[in-house]
Structures are given as C-alpha cells and as structure tokens.
Design a protein. Structure first.
Length: 255
C-alpha cells in the first residue's frame, strides 16, 4: 500500500467517523456547557469540597460563553433552523439560574442580551455557510459548462485562442497549438506575432472587450493567411476575454 492510498483511507475514515458522530456532537456540547454553567450548584449539592473553585462561583457571563460553541456549530451544520433551535435551548438552560439562583444583578437581562448576541452569531454563520455553498455550486456549474465548451473547441479544425484583458493566453486548442506552438500563460503578441509589445495595428482586443465582434484577414510574414473572428467571452472567473478563431485560408488567398 503506497502512502497516498494510506492517507486517503485515513481521511475517509475520519470523515465517516465524523458523519457517525455528528448527531451526538451538539447534545454533548450542550451537556458540557450546562454542567459547567451549574457546576457551583452541583458541587454544593454533592458537597465536593475539593471542587469548590472560585471560577464556578464567578459572574456567569463567562460561563455562558461556552454556549457560543454549540450555537455557532449548529449554524454551520444545521443552518438557520439549527442556530435558532440551539439558541432557544441555550436560553432555556439559562432561565433557572436567572430566575432562582443567580446572586448577581440583572441576571435575566444579561441572559437575554447574551442569547441575542449568540443567536446572531449563529445566524450569521448559517448565512455565510449558505452563501459559500451557493457560490461553490455556481463555480462548479461554470467549470462544468466551460469544460463542455472547451471539449467542443478541442475538436475543432480551426485554431481557437482565448486571451485575457492582460494579453495573456488563457487557452489554445490543439489546432492552434499545432499552428503556433503551446503558449498558454504567455502574452499573445509574443507567442503569435513574436513581438515584445502589443501589436497595436493588428490587435482587436480593446474593441472586443467593449462588446464588439471583429472579423478580418491577416497574413503572417511567413506567408500564412488566416481569417480571424474575435468575440467577447466571459471566462469561468467572470473576466471578460477575447475568444478568437483562426481559419487557415492560405491556399484560398493565393488564388
């Protein structure tokens, strides 16, 4: 077994374990938070003198911070509905202390304020997760559509070139590579025209980026003549580019 397969099995095992335990994580977090929140009363009830730590008897605003963990986790896993439910459960846990136990001033007001703040954080976590997944789905869809389109372009007999607004080549189909060599990532004026600067008298990129469709013929110094058609194209990252087709019409041009 190689290291890659072993690492994949470990990751897969961890994911399976997480999925199996996910339903129990929230209850466990709430139980832990509740035990610490009421630790002073539990210690007094069972008379555990060795556990009479001052932390358990301090202002309970600090103890309530522990409930941020299950509330935010619920927002991440259960989205808005999960965040709301766990926030209400947490508030119900706070109420007995606020009404009957706490010696500190305004215990109910403090519990309410914390619940509002914590619930808001859980809600924002849920919204952020939803937005992240929405964008991820859009990116996957765009990539899928781009892959389909590139698959079609790869089978075309004409050369196809996609150039970004920075003059860098983003894509060349196999026909284009055979004609001009592989140049993805290079500047189009260097790869296609062997120049050190944008070919101002030839290039139609600025016009195409403004939405125009350009068609023209061009003869290279070596005698090859091409019919070019350039149009705007929005790449998967949302950048407006130029998609050009190069049809070799050298034989037709000679007649």
């Amino acid at each position: 077994m190689n290291k890659t397969n072993f690492a994949d099995r470990i990751v897969s095992g961890v994911c399976c374990f997480y999925e199996a335990c996910r339903l129990f994580i929230l209850p466990v977090l709430l139980v832990i938070g509740t035990l610490i929140y009421y630790a002073g009363e539990i210690v007094d009830y069972f008379q555990w003198e060795s556990l009479r730590w001052s932390f358990f008897y301090s202002v309970h605003d600090v103890h309530r911070l522990l409930f941020l963990v299950p509330i935010i986790y619920a927002g991440y896993v259960g989205r808005v509905k999960g965040a709301v439910i766990v926030t209400l459960v947490s508030f119900a846990i706070f109420l007995p202390r606020a009404f009957f136990i706490s010696p500190f001033p305004d215990p109910l007001l403090r519990a309410v304020l914390f619940t509002i703040i914590a619930g808001t954080m859980g809600y924002l976590t849920a919204i952020a997760r939803n937005e992240y997944e929405r964008r991820l789905k859009i990116e996957i869809l765009l990539k899928s559509e781009r892959d389909k389109m590139l698959g079609i372009l790869n089978r075309m007999a004409d050369g196809v070139l996609i150039v970004g607004p920075d003059y860098k080549i983003r894509y060349m189909n196999p026909s284009m590579v055979r004609e001009f060599g592989e140049g993805t990532g290079a500047y189009c004026y260097q790869q296609i025209h062997r120049l050190d600067h944008p070919c101002e008298n030839i290039c139609r990129l600025p016009k195409v980026l403004q939405g125009q469709i350009e068609k023209w013929e061009y003869t290279f110094p070596d005698g090859r003549t091409y019919e070019l058609l350039a149009s705007p194209y929005i790449d998967s990252d949302g950048v407006i580019c130029q998609l050009s087709t190069y049809r070799n019409i050298t034989q037709r041009a000679k007649h």
